[in-house]
Design a protein around this ligand. Structure first.
Ligand code: NAD
Ligand code: WQD
Length: 342
């Protein structure tokens, strides 16, 4: 009997790639998603990739009665991977309470449901944003967690504290926070990928939409930082590598391999790349010229942040494998597919 995993936010960018990896590793999956930032079509594309259409329920996890009804219907869930959240930094500045309610109340409901319905394992989608502007690089799991620059980032910091404080009194429950750095790229099939609604805030989808002619040009947010080429540095991780980390995390908990019942891991490549390096690599591997200019710095931008992944490599036994070149090729192929250019 395959083990059953609940994936909240599973029709989203990272969730959909994780559902594919779970199915390909023999797990049964069930998705909860309110489709506030994704499309039901993702289910059919997951089926095209894996041959399996995941079970799906559409509702807002902030609605606790709906979540309880779900668990009364779906018994024997071995683990929950909780992706469901709002994640737009800019929107969170304009509507902080929307973010605190959506991201924190949904997690509270998940934590209470775990206790009521005896679900022992949780993987939580955290973010490198919890480190703020790091004092030292690369960032380890021991690096200080800081006051985030946005309400969105704060919801990740507070969420980790909620999980830690809840599990302190519940030794039979286990949780792992995966602190993602900058996920980019798409599944090699180009059947699933990142599909930001409206104008993309993130670098790579803005690049691919510029290359597709949807955006007139990319504006690079400042090149006067104290970095080799003056542009900001990030740790860009392939979304399929990231998805694989979630399978490893639930297996660690189900096999009771954890050092204690709450752990956090940095999930990145361990290398930093500048905005300019991403742009140049994108142009080179896709054999095209990108229209871009240099604009002013973006308020709140961290100059440089990239992971020390040695703990995830040694303890989780997980390591990012895909190259930046392969990842940026996948991002462009996905964009062309979505726009009907191929
Ligand atoms: P996404 O928006 O593509 O996926 C999130 C999914 O959750 C969407 O399908 C949305 O419809 C759903 N959702 C949101 N609120 C919900 C609710 N209350 N009830 C039910 N469904 C709900 O985002 P993503 O990039 O796949 O991110 C997934 C998780 O990873 C999020 O928690 C995000 O904060 C975190 N994260 C993302 C990044 C990134 O750069 N993409 C980096 C670090 C962490
Ligand atoms: C990367 C670099 C930009 C767009 C954000 C969230 C973080 C996480 C990942 C959710 C920066 C520059 C970007 C553009 C540019 N999300 N850039 N022109 O800011 O590192 O992280 O996404 O958890 O919480 O903060 O990613 O892709 O927005 O920016 O020059 O059109 O690219 O200024 O230096 P970021 P990003």
């Amino acid at each position: 009997m395959p083990k059953k995993i609940l994936v909240t936010g599973g029709t989203g960018y990272i969730g959909s790639h994780t559902v594919v990896e779970l199915i390909e590793n023999g797990y049964e999956t069930v998705i909860i998603d309110d489709l506030s930032n994704s499309s039901i079509d993702v289910l059919y594309n997951i089926e095209k990739i894996t041959g399996v259409k995941p079970a799906f329920e559409q509702f807002d996890i902030v609605q606790k009665d709906k979540l309880r009804g779900f668990f009364k219907k779906h018994t024997n869930i071995e683990a929950i991977i909780h992706f469901a959240a709002k994640k737009a930094v800019g929107e969170s500045m304009e509507q902080p309470l929307l973010y605190y309610r959506n991201n924190l109340v949904s997690l509270m409901n998940i934590l209470e449901a775990m206790q009521e319905f005896n679900v022992a394992n949780l993987v939580f989608s955290s973010s490198s944003t919890v480190y703020g502007e790091p004092d030292k690089l690369p960032v380890t799991e021991e690096s200080p967690v800081k006051e985030a620059a946005s309400p969105y980032g704060n919801t990740k910091r507070i969420s980790e504290e909620m999980i830690r404080d809840t599990l302190r009194n519940l030794p039979d429950l286990k949780a792992i926070s995966l602190r993602y750095f900058n996920p980019i790229g798409a599944h090699p099939s180009a059947l699933i990928g990142e599909l930001p609604l409206g104008v993309p805030a993130n670098l790579v989808p803005y690049i691919t939409q510029t290359a597709a002619g949807i955006r007139e040009k990319l504006t690079i947010n400042g090149n006067d930082y104290n970095t080799p080429d003056g542009t900001c540095i990030r740790d860009y991780i392939n979304v399929v590598d990231l998805a694989k980390a979630h399978v490893v995390a639930i297996e660690r908990m189900m096999k009771n391999k954890g050092k204690n019942n709450y752990e956090a891991f940095n999930i990145g490549t361990g290398s930093g790349l500048s905005v300019m390096e991403i742009v140049n690599t994108f142009e080179k591997v896709n054999n095209l010229k990108l229209n871009y200019n240099i604009g002013p710095r973006r308020p709140g931008d961290v100059v440089a942040v990239y992971a020390d992944t040695s703990y995830a490599n040694s303890e989780l036994g997980w390591k990012a494998e895909k190259t930046t070149e392969e990842t940026l090729r996948s991002a462009w192929l996905w964009e062309k597919k979505v726009r009907g250019m191929v």
